[in-house]
Design a protein. Structure first.
Length: 277
C-alpha cells in the first residue's frame, strides 16, 4: 500500500505498442481496429477460459465490425473452445455495438447490467467451464459499469473504469463522481490486499502495478477536484470556462469528454455544498 499523503507518479508507459494477445494463463486480448483519442489503441475484447477448456467467455465484443468479430471467433477456435458467454463491462458503443451480432454468431445471450432476464448483478458468479468470473459493480464512468474478477489470475477486467494509459471520463449525466470514487475504493480494497495484482482494462495495455494504478486514479480525481474549486474561486462560471482553465494542457479534441467530467465534478461539489447547509 502507498503511504498516506505520498504523491504518486502516473504509471509508466509501456515500452512497446499495445497489440493485445495472451496476457495471462486465462486471458487473451483481441484488439479491435478502432483506435482514437478516446479509445487509445482500440477496444480490448477479452477471451477468458481455463487452459485446455472447451468453453470461453468473451467480454466486450467491441464495435460492429464483422472482421473483428470473426477474428474473436477465430481466437476462440484457436484455443480449442467455443464461445459460451458474451459479457459487457458497460453499454458504450465502442464496447457493445457488436454484441448483438456476436451473440447471433455464437448462439449466446448478451449479459450486462440491465440487459433483461439474465442481467448481471453484484456478486454474481459466471462459470465458464471450470473458470469462475465474479461480477463487481463499479458504476461511475457510466451507471451500468461492472468489472470482472478472475481470481485464478489475480486479475480484474475493468472496462473503462480504469484504463491501461491515462485516466478515464466520468460520463455525465449517466456517470456520477460519487459512484466512481466509491468504485475506485472497491478496486483499491482488492489491489491493496493482494487479491488483485493485474488490471485488464478496456483500452490500453495491461497494468501489472495494480495497487499503484488505482491509488494514482484516486489521487488524480482529488487533484482535479482541487483544480475545479480553484477555477470557480477564480471566477469561472461555466463548464466550458473550467475546461479551458483546468484542461489547458490537454488536446482540444478531448475537451468534449473533459467537459463531461467537469460537469460530473461540478455536480459533486454542488451536492457536497447542499449536504453541509
Amino acid at each position: 500500500m502507498t503511504a498516506p499523503g505520498a504523491r504518486l507518479a502516473p504509471p509508466p508507459p509501456t515500452a512497446t505498442p499495445w497489440l493485445g494477445g495472451a496476457v495471462t494463463e486465462r486471458a487473451t486480448c483481441v484488439l479491435a481496429p478502432n483506435p482514437g483519442p478516446m479509445t487509445l489503441d482500440g477496444t480490448n475484447t477479452w477471451l477468458l477460459s481455463e487452459p485446455g477448456s472447451e468453453q470461453v467467455a468473451v467480454v466486450d465484443p467491441g464495435p460492429l465490425d464483422e472482421a473483428h468479430l470473426q477474428a474473436v471467433l477465430a481466437a476462440a477456435t484457436a484455443r480449442g473452445a467455443r464461445v459460451t458467454h458474451t459479457l459487457l463491462t458497460h453499454g458504450h458503443p465502442d464496447h457493445a455495438e457488436g454484441a448483438a451480432r456476436f451473440a447471433e454468431l455464437t448462439g449466446t445471450t448478451v449479459r450486462a447490467i440491465g440487459s433483461g432476464p439474465q442481467d448481471l448483478h453484484e456478486g454474481s458468479v459466471i462459470r465458464v467451464g471450470e473458470l469462475e468470473v465474479v461480477v463487481l459493480a463499479t458504476p461511475g464512468h457510466t451507471g451500468d459499469s461492472v468489472s470482472f474478477v478472475v481470481a485464478a489470475d489475480n486479475a480484474v477486467l475493468t472496462g473503462d473504469t480504469l484504463l491501461g494509459r491515462g485516466t478515464t471520463v466520468v460520463a455525465h449525466p449517466d456517470g456520477v463522481l460519487e459512484d466512481y470514487l466509491a468504485s475506485l475504493r472497491r478496486l483499491r480494497s482488492l489491489t491493496g490486499s493482494g487479491a488483485v495484482t493485474r488490471i485488464l482494462p478496456g483500452h490500453g495495455p495491461t497494468v501489472t502495478a495494480a495497487d499503484h494504478a488505482v491509488a494514482y486514479y484516486l489521487q488524480h480525481r482529488a487533484d482535479r477536484l482541487d483544480q475545479v474549486r480553484s477555477a470557480l474561486a477564480a471566477g469561472d462560471t461555466t463548464a466550458d470556462e473550467v475546461v479551458a482553465r483546468v484542461y489547458a494542457d490537454v488536446p482540444r479534441e478531448v475537451w468534449p469528454a473533459a467537459r463531461l467530467s467537469v460537469l460530473a465534478q461540478l455536480g459533486y461539489l454542488e451536492r457536497g455544498q447542499r449536504a453541509r447547509r
